[in-house]
Write a protein that binds this ligand. Structure first.
Ligand code: GAR
Length: 224
């Protein structure tokens, strides 16, 4: 573990929280030089809150139903995030659109994970949409959050082949496996100060790029 100070994270989640769990686990194993200061959910029944509680992490529910406007909800979230001195806001299955007020409070410091290869299939039910479309690959994307829906600059992607017999559930499960790998790693790159952003281009300092193309279905081996 590096002696550098840990990056202060807050994780926002609306659902079961398996991505949150992968971040908790990697922090525990010393693979992530970060500390989750706070978990916030807008959903009182979110499994993510239970996971945080079990891990002894400060957690709160800020139920959006108790607010008249998106801005007043976001203001409450921003205040909670500022109180714990959040340096990086990690959206992990947080099913709310982020208002300009929230974005301006954490410029280029809000990241999201999306279960498709953006810019294809933004929005909801994207695994089924990728299957219905007949795409041969899907995957997941970690990106910075901007004013649009899943439109921010891309940090890292994992490619997952779509199999002929895939259902929404089987594809989602294989994508989720990759989410649990790339999201903690993206956070670690922030912790190491290696994420360099120029307009839409995000580069990770001192990273080797993948040069191999992926083909699905694979081509047969042929003699020359
Ligand atoms: C994940 O698949 C994540 O990519 C997706 O919600 C799921 C949350 O799972 N996020 C979105 O669709 C955001 N547009 P989890 O609660 O088990 O981490």
């Amino acid at each position: 573990m590096s002696l550098k100070q840990k990056l202060c994270l807050a994780v926002l989640a609306s659902g079961s929280g398996t991505n949150l769990q992968s971040i908790i686990d990697q922090c525990r194993r010393g693979l992530l030089n970060a500390e989750i200061k706070l978990v916030i959910s807008n959903n009182p029944d979110a499994g993510a809150l239970e996971r945080a509680e079990r891990a002894g992490i400060n957690n709160i529910c800020i139920n959006h139903r108790g607010f008249d406007t998106r801005e007043s909800f976001d203001q409450a979230v921003v205040s909670a995030l500022k109180e714990v001195k959040t340096e990086l806001v990690v959206l992990a299955g947080f099913m709310r659109i982020i208002s300009p007020l929230f974005l301006q409070a954490f410029p280029q410091r809000i990241i999201n994970i999306h279960p498709a290869l953006l810019p294809s299939f933004p929005g909801l039910h994207v695994q089924q949409k990728a299957i219905n479309y007949g795409a041969k690959f899907s995957g997941c994307t970690v990106h910075l959050v901007d004013g649009g829906v899943d439109t921010g600059p891309i940090i890292v992607q994992a490619v997952v082949p779509i199999l002929d017999n895939d259902t929404e559930e089987t594809l989602a499960a294989r994508i989720l496996e990759q989410e649990h790998k790339i999201y903690p790693q993206a956070i670690q790159w922030f912790a190491e100060g290696r994420v360099k952003i120029t307009k839409r281009q995000v580069k990770i300092e001192n990273c080797i790029n993948l040069e191999t193309a992926l083909i699905n279905p694979p081509l047969p081996q042929r003699e020359k």
